[in-house]
Write a protein that binds this ligand. Structure first.
Ligand code: NAD
Length: 478
């Protein structure tokens, strides 16, 4: 700040208006703080990547693709439909209305809570001060804050040999904004985004090739959960190229190198989805004594405090880059900065892949639990045991329970199948409450529903012989 510039006092500053940031802002306001929420995009940034260009738009596309595709799958049940087509231009209009409704709702909550929202890039100048620079010609605002929550999120990693141009080489954001369906798409990266978007575009009718550098899709997810997904990928015509690292384009054609040499993939569009990197580089963190780690993540304590009066949450801290983790951390950070005892200490952070079928996991895998020295029992119930699944025409999948016998508590729940994303919440609750398999079995589940799989798999676990692991076949539920 130079002589003559006037600093504005800010009680509690939140940087970044995504799910973490706006949650922190609302919680702090509810606790009586006067809050300024800043985002590079101002009001247009409310909801962040999740609402604007991530979770919500992608689920809209996945839903439409699934409905379009599924209607053809009931011919055996006597259902005949005419030719189904999807107009992506109209989809974009519909999606914009849905996203606008949701972001408008959050904006209204912020308004009612008395949170001021401002546009601009914030960077620290020294402890307790920073400058907010807007993209237009407005002069920078010099802010002197009492407390600050950093919630700046992450951005897609780019491949040096395949820079995004928004035309041929697309980020997931570009892909979700397409208003016409490309004939062919190559997706680089077989992680969350690659699987979700690759499957959706294939269902809409594009020829999709998924290229993954490692020898499996979704590295880090239990291989058994992937089997039904691989089957569906084959069924919808997605070609999967494992063990091939994409380097770039040669003569306009995508090149990937693997053990068998170089493979060329001709595609009208290339979607690059190889991970995300935290937005911590432009914040001037060195000026307030914060040093991000080698991945750019800000070290924080259980209360999410990174330095005195500075909290950091969401994708810029260690752990999965998931909206619901950021939201939970936003609550903790706001409480901690308001002098309340608060800690982010979940027993399980669920992870969901909106693949086909969906994969949802919470807690430990059996291998992880064993590595931690737990006395592990595992039971798995195939979806073919579910009457409700049969009526949905869905038979591929399972629910798996991992229990630590030494404390008689559920420590892991893994589901692959329709609506796994919804069903996992009960698993999270079970882990968080240290429920026993008996608790799950004694809680009467409605019939006929997919949710019965959770109590039925507990029955399998309780009734299987001591020492048995995953049963080859499980009793069918009526
Ligand atoms: P990801 O980390 O899930 O997967 C990236 C994949 O790209 C990995 O499998 C990696 O091996 C592969 N890869 C890296 N370099 C490559 C190369 N040169 N050639 C071929 N493959 C290569 O990343 P993502 O799919 O970009 O998603 C980013 C993050 O966003 C996720 O990790 C997740 O945290 C979040 N996300 C969550 C959801 C959800 O909750 N349903 C959905 C989408 C994204």
């Amino acid at each position: 700040m130079v002589v003559g510039e006037v600093a504005e006092g800010v009680d509690l500053l939140v940087v970044g208006a995504g799910p973490g940031g706006y949650t922190a802002a609302l919680r702090a306001a509810a606790l009586g703080r006067s809050v300024l929420l800043v985002d590079r995009l101002g009001d247009a940034g409310i909801g962040g990547v999740c609402l604007q260009v991530g979770c919500i738009p992608s689920k809209a596309l996945i839903e439409v693709a699934e409905v379009a595709h599924r209607s053809a799958g009931f011919a055996d049940a006597g259902l005949t439909v005419g030719e189904v087509s999807v107009d992506l231009a109209r989809f974009q209009e519909w999606k914009a209305v849905k996203v606008g409704g949701l972001t408008g709702g959050v904006a209204e909550l912020l308004r009612r809570a008395g949170v001021e929202v401002a546009a601009g890039e914030f960077r620290f100048t020294r402890p307790g001060s920073g400058v907010l620079q807007s993209a237009d010609d407005r002069p920078p605002r010099h802010l002197e804050y009492t407390d600050v929550v950093l919630a700046t999120g992450s951005r897609p990693v780019e491949l040096p040999g395949l820079p995004r141009d928004g035309e041929r080489v697309l980020s997931s954001t570009d892909a979700l904004a397409l208003s016409s369906l490309p004939a062919s798409i190559a997706v680089v990266g077989g992680g969350y985004i690659g699987l979700e978007l690759g499957t959706a575009f294939a269902k809409l009718g594009a020829t999709v090739t998924l290229v993954e550098a490692t020898d499996r899709l979704l590295p880090g997810v239990d291989a058994a959960l992937l089997r039904p997904v691989r089957q569906r990928l084959r069924a919808v015509g997605v070609e999967v190229l494992l063990g091939h690292r994409v380097e770039g384009l040669a003569d306009g054609v995508l090149t990937a190198t693997g053990d068998s040499g170089e493979v060329r993939v001709a595609a009208e569009k290339v979607i690059v989805a190889i991970g995300r990197r935290p937005n911590t580089d432009g914040l001037g963190l060195a000026r307030i004594g914060i040093t991000p780690d080698e991945r750019g993540l800000i070290p924080v304590g259980p209360d999410r405090m990174a330095a005195p009066h500075v909290a950091a949450i969401g994708d810029i801290t260690a752990g999965p880059a998931l909206a619901h983790k950021a939201t939970a951390e936003g609550e903790v950070a706001a409480e901690a900065l308001c002098g309340r005892p608060a800690a982010f200490d979940p027993a399980a952070i669920p992870a969901v892949v909106f693949s086909d079928p969906e994969i949802a996991v919470a807690g430990y895998s059996a291998d992880e639990a064993r590595a931690l020295g737990m006395d592990v029992a595992v039971a798995r119930l195939p979806l073919s045991a579910s009457g409700r699944a049969a009526t949905m025409g869905a038979v591929e999948g399972f629910t798996q329970l991992v229990v630590d016998r030494s404390v008689d508590a559920v420590v892991g729940v893994h589901i692959v199948g329709p609506h796994a994303s919804e069903l996992i919440a009960e698993g999270v609750l079970a882990i968080e409450m240290a429920a026993s398999p008996v608790d799950l079995l004694a809680s009467i589940h409605p019939h006929p529903t997919l949710s019965e799989m959770t109590s039925d798999v507990a029955r399998v676990l309780l009734h299987q012989p001591a020492g048995a692991t995953v049963p080859a076949s499980a009793p069918a539920a009526s």
